[in-house]
Design a protein around this ligand. Structure first.
Ligand SMILES: [Zn+2]
Ligand SMILES: [Zn+2]
Ligand SMILES: [Zn+2]
Ligand SMILES: [Zn+2]
Length: 573
């Protein structure tokens, strides 16, 4: 089989389907995609609203709740307790399959009736306020995608098995972290990027196994370094005492200086650790993992994002399953053979076009079912009826496809159409990865959600906050602070204030949303560019510029000096 170039139905750009991809599509019996990988990624994550939360009531117990849906959506919204209770049953909403209507139109009718979960919080969570997509965690506030035993997490996203983390992104196995991005096994660290196994280090970039370092780049197994310079223990301690980490002015100045300093060093083209035959960024212990991001322990996957331990899969976000194609959210742990899943549930197999189903098998187009087999659009069939109907439905999906407002055609083998998502593009996480303006969103046929502005009376302007944390007393907890950038109001929590005092961190001047936006900009984008190593060192084994090419998340117009693995290793070790 040869590779084939196709034109994407959505963006009209060419994309390539490789021979391996064709084998996968054949194996799981789906036609090759007609949307490019990036447009497929958008199509999945347009179903994930993490942080646009609304006040409303639970449609079952009538309590006041926080939800990712406003009160104008067509379906009932239940709080997690009601959603998990036996007080409602999804199979009661079953529909007959109508062969004279497109499948997605019928699926949408079902979708509009069935209750949905207000916030995705698993039953093992404790004290998770304003937290969405959280599992097995405790004391989580305004944070999203927090998993695996994490505790005391605020204003952060993508945190696994970590404790006391504030204002950070993509943190694993760490403790006492402030303003961290893409770090693993760090302890007591502020402003750490792309670093692992570091203790008591502030302002570090791509450091590993370092202790007591300040403002260092590309260091390995070092102690007592400042601006990459080696000091004795006593010298280090004396110098560090002069750095006023509790001062807002000092931090602002150091952030800028550290950025300029860091640009002088070569950057490794990607953050891939202990991987074989893999491309992407933020990969650890992966094999044959292609064009994927934030994946750990995966094998034989492509175009995947924030997935752990998955195998033999393409186009998967947020999953722990095996043999999966086009999976958007929420896990699907202990599951196998899944296609076109919005929210996955545990212990499922042989599901297609499903959302929020659990402990089930052989379901097609179902929503919210538990412990079921052989259902189509939530209606129960016998095994024989199901096996007879499924090929006819797939044929009908091809004969009578769903065509959206923009003329995009959805036959069998396409994920759910963009326009069926209940969220505006700007409410979903996809807007963090591929930021669009309101105009662009509308032009591309996605929906746009007008933001509701709450009115608060400001009691403290950011510029009037005392510069140093040591001059802040508890009365700040009563203040409504005005963000110095957006003008939005925000308050401090007592956990937050304690954390700032313990860690000697100045009070933030920005609203949590602005801090989040800033962090997203610092992180490398979820895109890869094919580039050549920029190394020109004559003591390496290449003459002139190193000829090695790679896929990197550093775009060619960025100021960083980007090296291949070999040249980087030679410079660093
Ligand atoms: Zn496209
Ligand atoms: Zn309720
Ligand atoms: Zn090189
Ligand atoms: Zn070189």
């Amino acid at each position: 089989m040869k590779s084939e170039t196709k034109k994407c139905q959505n963006c009209q750009k060419d994309f390539i389907i490789e021979p391996d991809d064709f084998s996968f599509y054949e194996k799981i019996k789906v036609p090759p995609p007609t949307f490019c990988p990036e447009c497929r990624f958008v199509r999945r994550l347009i179903w994930r609203n993490e942080r646009f939360l609304y006040k409303r009531t639970c449609d079952l117990c009538k309590k006041n709740i926080i939800a990712m849906y406003d009160d104008k959506v067509s379906f009932p919204v239940y709080c997690p307790e009601c959603y998990r209770s036996d007080n409602w049953e999804a199979s009661k909403y079953g529909q007959d399959y109508n062969f004279s209507k497109p499948f997605f139109e019928q699926w949408q009718e079902l979708f509009k009736k069935i209750p949905r979960l207000s916030l995705w919080q698993s039953s093992d969570c404790v004290k998770v306020d304003y937290a969405n997509y959280v599992r097995l965690c405790k004391n989580v506030y305004l944070s999203f995608s927090i998993l695996s035993g994490s505790e005391n997490i605020s204003f952060s996203s993508n945190v696994d098995n970590s404790k006391e983390v504030l204002d950070s992104y993509n943190i694993t196995n760490s403790e006492l972290i402030y303003q961290g991005i893409d770090t693993d096994k760090n302890y007591n660290s502020q402003y750490s990027y792309w670093s692992s196994n570091c203790i008591n280090c502030n302002f570090i970039f791509d450091c590993n196994n370092c202790q007591d370092c300040f403002a260092c780049v590309n260091l390995q197994n070092k102690k007592y370094c400042i601006w990459n310079k080696q000091y004795t223990k006593e010298e280090y301690e004396n110098k560090i005492r002069e750095f006023d980490m509790g001062s807002h002015k000092f931090i602002e100045k150091t952030i800028k200086e550290f950025r300029d300093f860091s640009l002088k060093f070569p950057k490794k083209y990607t953050r891939i650790i202990n991987c074989v035959n893999s491309t992407g960024n933020n990969l650890r212990n992966c094999k044959n993992t292609k064009l994927s991001f934030n994946c750990y322990g995966t094998d034989n996957i492509k175009y995947c994002y924030r997935s752990v331990g998955i195998k033999d899969s393409i186009d998967v976000c947020h999953s722990w399953a095996e043999l999966v194609y086009e999976h958007a959210l929420a896990g699907s742990e202990n599951s196998k053979n899944l296609k076109f899943i919005i929210n996955g549930g545990s212990a499922c197999h042989n599901l297609e076009y499903c959302d929020f189903c659990k402990s089930s098998a052989y379901l097609f187009g179902c929503i919210g079912l538990k412990n079921k087999q052989y259902c189509i659009l939530n209606k129960q069939y016998t095994k024989e009826e199901y096996e007879e109907l499924i090929p006819r439905i797939k044929q009908q999906m091809n004969d009578l496809p769903y065509i959206d407002k923009k003329g995009r055609v959805y036959k069998y083998g396409e994920f759910f159409p963009y326009e069926l998502s209940p969220f505006g593009y700007n409410e979903t996480v996809i807007n963090d990865h591929f930021l669009l303006t309101e105009k662009e969103i509308i032009k591309q046929g996605y929906s746009y959600k007008e933001k509701i502005k709450n009115k608060y009376t400001i009691t403290l302007k950011a510029k009037n906050i005392p510069d140093n944390i040591k001059n802040i007393d508890d009365s700040i907890l009563n203040e409504v602070i005005e963000c110095e950038k957006s003008g939005k109001a925000f308050k401090l929590t007592s956990f937050e204030l304690q954390f700032y005092r313990k860690m000697n961190i100045p009070i933030p001047r920005l609203h949590p949303d602005e801090r989040y936006k800033k962090r997203m900009k610092l992180r490398n984008p979820m895109k890869l560019w094919h580039r050549q190593c920029m190394c020109q060192q004559d003591n390496h084994n290449h003459q002139g510029r190193c000829p090695i090419e790679f896929e990197t998340s550093y775009s060619p117009d960025r100021p960083e000096i980007v090296y291949c693995e070999k040249c980087y290793q030679k410079e660093v070790y």
